[in-house]
Ligand binder design. Structure first.
Ligand SMILES: [Zn+2]
Ligand SMILES: [Zn+2]
Length: 272
């Protein structure tokens, strides 16, 4: 365990993925739950897609690293789960889908599925910090998103796709012109999670059909997911198809039991 204070600059790690597009991660959140943070710069506005845990200030980091701060900055959460939404409170302007706007503005840590242990944080963000005190803070969204909304960065337009199933307000952001899809937890290169409190298997199946439709139409070339590495259209198609193929079989048997355990475990955290 490292000691002493850690700077915002040191807390985050970044990698340039393309011109104006950066992948950012929380260096000391060493967990399978560590989410990807994306920065897409635009000519008139910069966009942060997901905000991490919020243990250190992401906008301060972006300014110090010279990656943002020159233009208006908007932070969009692909959904309100803690690993994506915890850092939103550091931003002046935040947007989230309508279905989860209430959870965010209440600071609802049950819907945020807040689940963090000391062992996942390899260096303390501040002296005396403890995971047991961690909460997603309430944030009033400046903008409430609906399917079909366009977020304009000036030279880039991102369409909001409502893709419920993993959570009720999950969205993907689609840059149609460049074939980019910010997919959040709807699709990443790992097994999809459909057993959380606001998950819904039939919604997820429908969302996967829509993802396959985007691939069929040639509208996605690169997926920028909520966890793990980027991947291409073929992988997106097979992830979605595999989910649909299995949704009615093994999931049905295990979902009820797992959901029951998850609810008990989450309620045991005494957040609500
Ligand atoms: Zn999630
Ligand atoms: Zn996640």
């Amino acid at each position: 365990m490292g000691s002493g204070s850690v700077s915002d600059r040191d807390w985050f790690w970044q990698q340039k993925v393309a011109d104006g597009l950066y992948l950012i991660r929380e260096r000391y959140f060493e967990s399978g739950n560590r989410a990807n943070i994306w920065l897409q710069q635009g000519s008139h506005q910069d966009l942060v897609v997901d905000a991490g845990l919020g243990l250190r200030s992401l906008p301060a980091y972006l300014r110090e690293a010279g990656l943002a701060g020159f233009k208006p900055l908007l932070a969009v959460a692909t959904h309100v789960h803690f690993d994506h939404s915890g850092g939103l409170h550091h931003f002046d302007r935040v947007a989230v889908h309508r279905a989860e706007a209430g959870a965010l503005s209440r600071g609802d840590n049950f819907e945020a599925v807040t689940w963090l242990s000391d062992g996942e944080i390899s260096r303390r963000p501040e002296p005396g910090w403890k995971a047991s005190g961690y909460r997603v803070r309430a944030v009033q969204p400046a903008q409430i998103l609906d399917a079909g909304d366009i977020i304009s960065l000036g030279d880039r337009q991102l369409a909001v796709l409502h893709m419920p199933g993993h959570s009720r307000g999950s969205i993907c952001l689609h840059d149609r012109e460049h074939g980019l899809l910010f997919s959040g937890d709807v699709a990443y290169d790992g097994s999809m999670i459909d057993w959380l409190p606001y998950s819904n298997v039939s919604d997820y199946t429908q969302s996967c059909k829509e993802l396959m439709g985007l691939v069929d139409s040639g509208l996605v070339h690169k997926v920028l997911p909520g966890h793990f590495d980027t991947f291409g259209a073929e992988r997106l198609y097979s992830l979605a198809a595999d989910y649909i193929a299995n949704a009615g079989v093994c999931h049905k048997m295990s979902t009820t039991a797992v959901r029951c355990i998850a609810n008990l475990a989450l309620r045991g955290n005494n957040f609500w």
